[in-house]
Write a protein that binds this ligand. Sequence first.
Ligand code: CU
Ligand code: ZN
Length: 184
Amino acid sequence: MWNLHFLTRPALGLVVWALGALPVEAQAPAGKAQAVAIVRGFTNSDIQGTFILTQGDGKSVRVTGEVRGLPPKSTLAIHVHEWGDCRNPDASGAHFDPHKSGKHGHPHDPVGSHHAGDLPNLETDDQGVARIDFTTQAFTLDMSPTSVIGRALIIHEKADDYKSQPAGAAGGRIACGVIGWAKP
Ligand code: CU
Ligand code: ZN
């Protein structure tokens, strides 16, 4: 955090006023918003992936990506977790749940009936490569509470069963990447 102690009270007020006066357009890319997440293994550096998230004119966000270095021929959970903190497996917190559903579920269940961060499992080929192409209306790429900007993509060691609480019985967290704005 910035150290603002040196500022006089009126000066601090001016700073707060100036931040509040920033137009919303200046804080998020206009038009088609795109985000990127570079995912890496916590301990296994062979695990490397790139995900692109795109929000078109409508409400839906398309998530595409490819990850290498995963166990071959396996089914692995992937979620959006609430904090964009990959310092250790626990730092990203719980599944992103802006709709306050309090429930883990299937990614294709109605929006709001389960965590927005619940994504379909990754399926790896015999080379340990997985690709994802998924479209959702459960979250956004903007400055609203449903935005996944600044949150984390987490890959797990096991499959998500889409029903066990609170996280689909997906086991440990093996890889992490922070979702940030892509360069326009
Ligand atoms: Cu997870
Ligand atoms: Zn969940």
